[in-house]
Design a protein around this ligand. Structure first.
Ligand SMILES: *Cc1c(COP(=O)(O)O)cnc(C)c1O
Length: 418
């Protein structure tokens, strides 16, 4: 049997911060992460043999729950035929067709390995298509870690060219404009694209205000700029057509990830055929990838999409709504102010009196209280995201009785911190 503390000590000596992605560290909640030994359905087991009901679900990559048999079988069978060829395969065509069928704005699709690649290339493509450089993004929206999109997420007012990370030259973000979420910005005629999470899920969960997405569409049309929806979280999660179907706004380009890979490294971007045709080898905008459209990842993606029908989405949304209402009730009964926004199957938890509508109000929520709630829940065997700026991802493998148990334990956790 392993030991979480011992492993974290060893990890920290050889891996910066002990983790391969900073969100896995317990930086904003304190303590150190549990090391996962295995997972199945709604559960993960750590190396000490402790079981948790998992609401992280690979940050949304597992919508069917962990180790779903259909996905495992698809991957196992694909692996027997070789793991990568560097030549096209039939499953890439099938997956691109399956994406286009569900997300009609994606007239053409290219598969990549990560959401970061998808957004980075979508922005390059928008710049190539318009011959313009400027990019508008929204504070608190995360679009992966490409230089140009790591501009400050922290400012409530329009901020021009402030790098959000050391090592990002000012020149890389000189054309990135950061504006507040849920307010339609002025889009000038030198803007190549506006990139947005149509439901923001990386500053906690923040739904779009009525008219916000429509307003972006109009502003982009007026200026001749492209509208990019970063649906890396919302794609195939809030419904088979993503947030663009839910809100009835058609972007020029979409970025997809997480769910579409079924827990394997796969993401995609797609959009208007006339724009997508500007990509190499047919067009002048370069993009490539040794492992893109990987045979194991496409097998997993196809298995996941095949398992997601309208009934599945109805069940996910219904359960999230119930869980959201229960959490609101039990935490409020404990005397704590809480907001539990729910969009389709996504939930957020903000310890805040007022609804959260943008990054400033998200940061104004009580992060220390979230940290204490997180640890109370973890001690009771419920794994929430280890940061107040992330969403919860209940899966199809979270049975109703486990959600009820989560709410009961949340009542005890809330009383303990009140
Ligand atoms: C996770 C995420 C990304 C980055 O995807 P990676 O696969 O981690 O590179 C981009 N955009 C959004 C909205 C995300 O949630």
């Amino acid at each position: 049997m392993g030991d979480n503390s011992e492993l974290f000590k060893r990890a920290s000596e050889v891996i910066p911060g002990g983790v391969d992605s900073p969100v896995r560290a317990f930086g904003s909640v304190g303590g150190h992460p549990y090391f996962v030994a295995r997972a199945e359905g709604c559960y993960v087991w750590d190396v000490e043999g402790r079981r948790y009901v998992d609401y992280v679900q690979s940050w949304g990559a597992s919508i069917l729950g962990h180790a779903d048999r259909r996905v495992i079988e698809a991957v196992r069978s694909a692996a027997g035929d070789g793991t990568s060829y560097g030549a096209p395969t039939e499953r890439e065509v099938l997956l691109a067709e399956a994406i286009r069928e569900r997300v009609p704005s994606c007239q053409k699709v290219r598969l990549v390995n990560s959401g970061t690649e998808a957004t980075m290339t979508a922005v390059r493509l928008a710049r190539g298509a318009t011959g313009r450089d400027r990019v508008i993004k929204f504070a608190g929206c995360y679009h992966g870690h490409a230089d140009a999109l790591l501009a400050a997420g922290g400012s409530g007012i329009a901020t021009l060219g402030l790098p959000g990370s050391a090592g990002v030259p000012a020149s890389a973000v000189a054309d990135t404009v950061v504006v507040p979420y849920n307010v339609v910005p002025d889009v000038a005629e030198d803007v190549a694209c506006v990139i947005v999470e149509p439901v923001a899920a990386n500053m906690g969960l923040v739904p779009p205000a009525p008219g916000f997405l429509e307003g972006l569409r109009d502003a982009c049309d007026q200026a001749g700029a492209l509208l990019i929806f970063d649906e890396v979280i919302t794609g195939f999660r809030v419904g088979s057509g993503g947030a663009q179907a839910m809100f009835g706004v058609r972007p020029d380009l979409s970025c997809l990830g997480k769910v579409i890979g079924g827990g394997l490294p796969l993401a995609a971007f797609g959009g208007r055929a006339d724009v997508m045709d500007l990509l190499a080898p047919d067009g002048p905008v370069y993009q490539a990838g040794t492992l893109s459209g990987n045979p194991l990842a496409t097998a997993a993606g196809l298995a996941v999409l095949a398992a997601l029908d309208d009934g599945a989405y109805r069940m996910l949304a219904g359960r999230a709504e119930e869980l959201g209402a229960w959490l609101t009730d039990v935490i409020t009964e404990a005397g704590l102010a809480v907001q539990v926004p729910v969009v389709g199957p996504l939930l957020g938890v903000f310890f805040s009196e007022a609804p959260v509508t943008d990054y400033d109000s998200a940061k104004a929520a009580d992060g220390d209280r979230y940290a204490r709630f997180f640890h109370q829940m973890l001690d009771r065997g419920i794994a929430l995201p280890p940061s107040p700026f992330e969403a919860l991802f209940p899966s199809l493998a979270h049975p109703k009785d486990e959600l009820e148990r989560t709410a009961d334990l949340a009542a005890a956790a809330a009383r303990a911190i009140a």
